[in-house]
Ligand binder design. Structure first.
Ligand SMILES: [Zn+2]
Ligand SMILES: [Zn+2]
Length: 348
């Protein structure tokens, strides 16, 4: 089968590999019908994910059809259409039982697919702990509508869930990239009084204005002043930092009102400075980290009910054979790209 592979730092390439087989009782083999490219794939390509293993098939956003399952799998069966979770988790350890699945202590736990074990920019993938890592897609939900459930939409949902948003709040979302938009959609479900999105790119600003007219969009230069003037207590009640740019962490806490929650979703290239003397007395609560992707079933229900729609994010479509072109567009942010659907199998 075709498998887009991390060859070495700076280089991915399409290889021919054997179709994966069941290795453990909890495994499932999934025939991939659609995948996508994530910014984290680019981080692997650029060598900034030290635990990524050269030779692995990349890709961790995908949907498909269960081809076969190990003896211990009970939640899915061959023929089921499924979303694949970016995180592998056992469901049984201390962290899993608390819902902190990103910190699952299983050897395969956390972000393994497309990083430490073969992922989904391929025709088939082996998914360990399939009972927790796969979710059945409701019949009325298309592959495109379900494509982001296991990764960036799970991230947005988790970020909105932990941010303690109320209907009285002014919420600031920094960054309108793919994960920023998914976060915005999940923040909207909480019905806060006002949502402000901070975005630098004119194209992405236009995208937000066109698709989500109830949301205010402001540039980073004007953000602090705008948020102060358009919130009830001199700053945002909740800030979600999803941009990960050079100055956006500083912007996040500066735009927050005293006693606000600041949720840091972004993955930074460099350490960030937490200037505690400057924020002394502001009494902020910071929440940080990587997604706990344990709400995929609920997210799929919300999609089936028409409450979340991420299909406008898919701006481009390419078959797996042409994934190199897709990477070029995604990496260089050409042609107004937000997300690219990579079609495989009979889908292409
Ligand atoms: Zn990702
Ligand atoms: Zn676990």
């Amino acid at each position: 089968m075709l498998a887009y592979t991390y060859i070495e730092k700076g280089k991915f390439g399409m290889l021919e590999k054997p179709v994966p087989v069941i290795l453990n009782d909890g495994d499932a083999i999934v025939r991939i019908t659609m995948g996508s490219i994530c910014t984290s794939d680019l981080h692997i390509k650029h060598g900034s994910v030290p635990r990524a293993v050269p030779g692995i098939t990349v890709g961790h956003e995908m949907v498909g059809v269960v081809e076969s399952v190990g003896a211990g799998v009970t939640a899915v069966k061959p023929g089921d259409r499924v979303t694949v979770n970016v995180e592998t988790f056992c469901g049984e350890c201390f962290f899993c039982r608390k819902g902190y699945v990103n910190n699952c202590t299983d050897p395969d736990g956390g972000w393994a697919l497309g990083c430490r074990i073969d992922g989904g920019q391929a025709e088939y993938v082996r998914v360990p702990h399939a009972d927790t890592g796969l979710n059945r897609i409701p019949d009325n939900v298309s592959d495109e509508a379900a494509l982001f459930v296991g990764d960036i939409l799970a991230t947005g949902f988790w970020a909105a869930r932990i941010s303690e948003i109320t209907e009285d709040d002014t919420v600031l979302v920094i960054g309108a990239g793919p994960t920023g938009i998914c976060t915005l959609l999940c923040v909207m479900l909480k019905r806060p009084k006002r949502i402000i999105v901070c975005e630098k790119s004119a194209e992405r600003t236009e995208f937000i204005r066109m698709h989500y007219p109830s949301v205010d969009v402001v540039s980073p230069e004007k953000c602090r002043e705008y948020v102060a003037g358009n919130s009830d207590h001199g700053g945002a009640d909740v800030v979600l930092e999803v941009a990960g740019a050079d100055d956006t962490f500083t912007l996040a806490w500066q735009c927050a009102r005293p006693n606000a929650v600041v949720t840091v979703v972004a993955l930074y290239d460099k350490p960030q400075i937490l200037p505690l003397p400057d924020m002394y007395g502001k009494n902020l609560t910071f929440k940080t980290g990587g997604v706990d992707g344990c709400d995929c079933a609920e997210i799929l229900e919300l999609i089936a009910a028409g409450k979340i729609d991420t299909t406008p994010l898919i701006t481009h479509r390419f078959p797996l054979e042409r994934i190199e072109e897709a990477y070029h567009i995604f990496e260089n942010r050409l042609d107004g790209v937000i997300k690219i659907a990579i079609t495989a199998g009979t889908n292409r």
